[in-house]
Design a binder for this molecule. Structure first.
Ligand code: HEC
Ligand code: HEC
Length: 337
């Protein structure tokens, strides 16, 4: 009998506290009370908490990665060149300050001279490959080859032992810029099976979602480029190429050749990524065809990837969203129904 009121009071208290917390949270968010300036520092406890969460997250995710041998001097030397080209600007090096970007970020990218003491090689590999979300540490998975990632790790094993003149000497012997990166050879690109999840990641990692709203890719509500939902129902890509998987890859890799002067920049996308970025489009095309077939009652003859919208039997009902075409003439966004 006495248990009931106690439970009730506890439940009521929890509810009141929960509502209170929600109200305070809403005030902070919608009232703009949280200061997002990079010039304001985190509180020390916040910093410590975030740091610990990051450390544990990396440990957990890197624990099963097999480490290759890293002692080879030539390997570390190639990593040194890559470090100078891709990392020094933010992290600095013995006797070398970081560039302006690296000096004014929040959190500050620390010098990596002591990274070997805090992280195992496989963790350094994981950090470099995947980056650190909400910190400004970029992911290098789509910029560097597997081998180059491990070369960087090999160099980071040497870094704590180098003083400024020794570092300068390593830089003299390291390969000249660009020491790493560049496009994947086509053979490797063709060998790998296309992967939708990787395609979505590539759409983000090549900054596509900075300009386009893309289904399945988190991003801001941007309107710099046309929305890419509905791309499966458009007859042309950027108003110039028939909408086929091959042309999609061609457009993504060579925008400026396909349509000189277009506002969409060429983003250095390799062949494999370009094919994978096209997968959401292929899915949408397939979905629309199925919907159309269902609404038609009979199977329209659409040869795969031939921009078949025009060949479909005219009696078919239009599936939802079909027929919306982007007039990609580089002018302001216009839709035609
Ligand atoms: C645009 C700036 C930038 C560039 C370029 C950059 N980083 Fe970072 N890096 C960061 C930031 C910011 C952090 C997070 C610092 C923190 O959370 O304390 C970080 C953290 C790290 C860490 C974890 C360090 C630690 O001990 O906490 C490693 C390892 C690292 N970076 C490696 C690299 C490597 C290797 C490269 C070059 C391939 C590189 N970074 C290029 C900004 C950068
Ligand atoms: C700086 C902004 C910007 C970035 C980054 C960008 N795009 Fe675009 N994109 C545009 C603009 C602007 C157009 C319209 C170009 C035109 O029609 O001439 C466009 C057009 C397109 C089209 C044709 C759309 C249609 O309706 O015909 C596709 C597909 C596309 N972009 C995919 C991508 C992919 C994939 C990436 C990443 C590799 C990317 N874009 C990165 C601005 C951008």
């Amino acid at each position: 009998m006495r248990k009931r009121p106690v439970l009730l009071v506890a439940a009521a208290t929890a509810a009141v506290l929960g509502v209170g917390a929600a109200v305070v949270g809403a005030a902070v968010v919608f009232g703009g009370l949280y200061d997002v300036a990079s010039t304001t520092q985190h509180w020390q406890p916040t910093y410590a908490l975030v740091e610990t969460a990051m450390r544990q997250s990396v440990r957990l995710r890197a624990r099963d990665i097999a480490e290759p041998p890293l002692a080879d001097e030539a390997m570390a030397l190639r990593g040194a060149g890559c470090f100078r080209d891709k990392c020094q600007q933010c992290h600095g090096a013995p006797g070398v300050a970081q560039d302006d970007i690296g000096k004014s970020m929040q959190p500050l990218p620390g010098p990596l001279v002591d990274a070997r003491l805090h992280w195992r090689p496989r963790e350094l590999y994981w950090l470099t490959r995947h980056g650190i979300r909400m910190s400004g540490m970029p992911a290098w998975e789509f910029r560097l080859r597997e081998q180059e990632l491990w070369e960087l790790v090999a160099f980071m094993q040497r870094l704590p032992d180098l003083n400024a003149p020794q570092y300068a000497d390593w830089m003299r012997r390291a390969p000249p810029a660009p020491a790493c990166g560049g496009e994947l050879p086509a053979a490797t690109a063709a060998a790998a099976p296309p992967d939708l999840a990787r395609g979505r990641m590539a759409l983000h990692q090549h900054a596509c979602s900075a300009c386009h709203i893309i289904p399945g890719v988190t991003g801001a509500r941007v309107h710099v480029g046309p929305r890419l939902d509905g791309i499966g129902s458009r007859r042309t890509i950027a108003g110039t190429l028939p909408n086929t998987p091959e042309n999609m890859a061609r457009w993504i890799m060579h925008t400026q050749q396909v349509k000189p002067g277009t506002a969409m920049p060429q983003l250095g996308v390799g062949e494999r990524e370009a094919r994978e970025m096209g997968l959401p489009r292929d899915l949408e095309v397939r979905r629309l065809r199925t919907a159309r077939r269902a609404s038609c009652g009979r199977r329209p003859r659409w040869p795969a990837g031939r921009g078949g919208a025009r060949r479909a039997p005219p009696t078919c009902a239009r599936p939802e969203g079909a027929g919306r075409a982007w007039r990609g003439d580089g002018g302001p966004a216009r839709w035609r129904r």
